[in-house]
Design a protein. Sequence first.
Length: 379
Amino acid sequence: MKSVIDSVNRFLRPASEAHYYWFDSALGRGGYCHVDDWPVEWESSDSSIALVVPMVETIHRIVTAPEGVKLDALALAYSVEDTIAGDVSEFHWLSESLQGSNRLIGVSANWLSNWRDYVASHQANLAFIGHELDLLPASDTTAFVGPEVVVRHRGDVYALDVATFNQLVASQNITHIKQVIVTELARETPAQIASQSQDSYWSNLSSLRLNLAVGSFKPPLPWKRWTQRFGWIAACIVVVVVIELLYRMLTLSVLKDETRSLQQAQLELAQRTFPQAQFSDPYLQIMQMAEQRPGIELSDVTRLLIDIGAIKESELDTLKLSSLELRDGTAQFVLSLNVNNFSDVDRFNAALESRGYSVRTLASQARDGATSARIAVGI
């Protein structure tokens, strides 16, 4: 089956952000250009271009997936995320199945997008994106490409500068490499070369089989990168927030029910304690009373009403209360009551004192067989 690469004769290999190498297999020649220029030979109608990605711009990993588990390229990349310098989501990934493992190639999505736009600006079609590693023979090899040195050593591949390569040769760390390709792309020649191949850098173009021109080269939007990396955390946060909102709504509903029950209880309590009084909203009235004096709480007012009601029911059933108010300038309540005689007033005062209140009679009088009194009660 014919591959896309078989129909492409024009190859572009970036050397930097501003320069690139080009090669035309149909013409058998190539060159070195600035990005402001375009090969004159490529001005014809044949506009299909193959981009060769330099080793220095790629991430190359051999990844072994768990047995029986099939992972796509992005999942494989995340499985080795701790060995990758950078955000996995900012790379364009492609994988190739090998025997028992996967070959994983990653290229910066921004880098690919920029070169694709450059090719398109010259009305050319980027038909194929190959990886420089495929141009090197499978055996240990060194290729000099401009100021870069690409070394395949014991199955691993490195992109080095010439100075580092010279140091490795001098230390005899790579003396066993017999095949050295010094191509027309080389602008510097290292001093230490054990042997040299007559092969050209472009002689293995038919080896470019893994096409990286698949999928989108555009870098993900910030929100997409965020969801890819932290999506599960966001999902957990959303779940927690929803649960919290539901809990708060339920709590608010319960509080409303409790408030209504409390208001009804306050009304019943006030009506039992002051049967002769009229109440529009006893809960609000008691709240306002509690707020009128610092140091007096709603519970203090409620407790006093409960205790007065208990005294009336168990000890002094003839007791009739007509009003309850706060004494000006004090934290004392003033009670107006009616009983049968003065001894009932004393009994009432004693009952309040036994419950922890301070009690003082402000005024009392007897008229028509009944006794009325005003009593100051301190909490």
